[in-house]
Ligand binder design. Sequence first.
Ligand code: 13P
Ligand code: SF4
Length: 310
Amino acid sequence: MTISQAKAKIEEYKKQKDICILAHSYESRDIIEIADFTGDSYKLSVDASKVKNKNIVFAGVHFMAQTAKMLSPDKNVYMPNTAAGCEMAEQMDVDTLAAMKKKEPDRLVVAYVNTTAELKTLCDVCVTSSSAVKIVSALKEKKILFIPDCNLGDFVKKACPDKDIMLFNGGCPAHQRATKADAIAAKAAHPEALLLVHPECRPEVTALADYVGSTSGIMQFAHKSDKKEFIIGTEMSIAEHLEFECPDKKFFLLSKNIICPNMRMTTLMDVYSICKDIDTPAASDREIIMSDELIRKARVCIDKMIELGG
Ligand code: 13P
Ligand code: SF4
């Protein structure tokens, strides 16, 4: 089967079986092209809550598909490749957070959405990279425990100096691989280029950036800017998407090491396969199953995120 034949079959299955495909911006170009909704994790959460189709196929990592299920519990939500987890989401377990809450009972727990549903049941409000500063600023509480990403937490802390924010020592292994030396070298090699980075990067990297924002934020900035050259400080797929979308501009990588193996895991053929299997028993191994109780408890902080982040 060729790529175009696979895409044509996926389009057929989408109509036949009432399927909507959501794909995170880090997914591969061929998947982005057949998706109905693409974007950062905040946008996809809002999109998931509005989907009318019976079936959702979520190309991304596990916590994102779980979030889609929580926001559309009456839909069948599938992951094309269930091995795609998020390394950061798996860094903090329920016992660790419960112990921290016991020590710091007067702190509101603000969780990056990159957390498991089980952990979310212990959190007060979720944030994404695009909504974190807006949401934390809107909270009346001053004392906050921000989990698990210490780099996004540090970014929020600097933007909200009136808050007392305690951090957990977690983070994204892919973004943490970009160093200050990478930023200095990339700027020296491309002196005309603007440096656009994700807040999951280290503080010494974001300090050198011309723009810090989510995956969608970085893409929109590059689209709208009248500059012609950009250094991209997030998963390398974003530079490739921008090359297709803005062929008159040049995109360079901050570091060739910002690769998320989990986001690279789902292939177009995985999407083809789940679309083919939906409405048959073969799809059940890729369906997101969560108990009503887990959805009810974990959803509270997601709903709060959408209320405050909109
Ligand atoms: P965004 O919210 O920018 O999509 O980030 C999600 C993510 O996992 C980045 O590594
Ligand atoms: Fe998780 Fe990092 Fe991959 Fe984003 S890039 S999905 S935070 S491991």
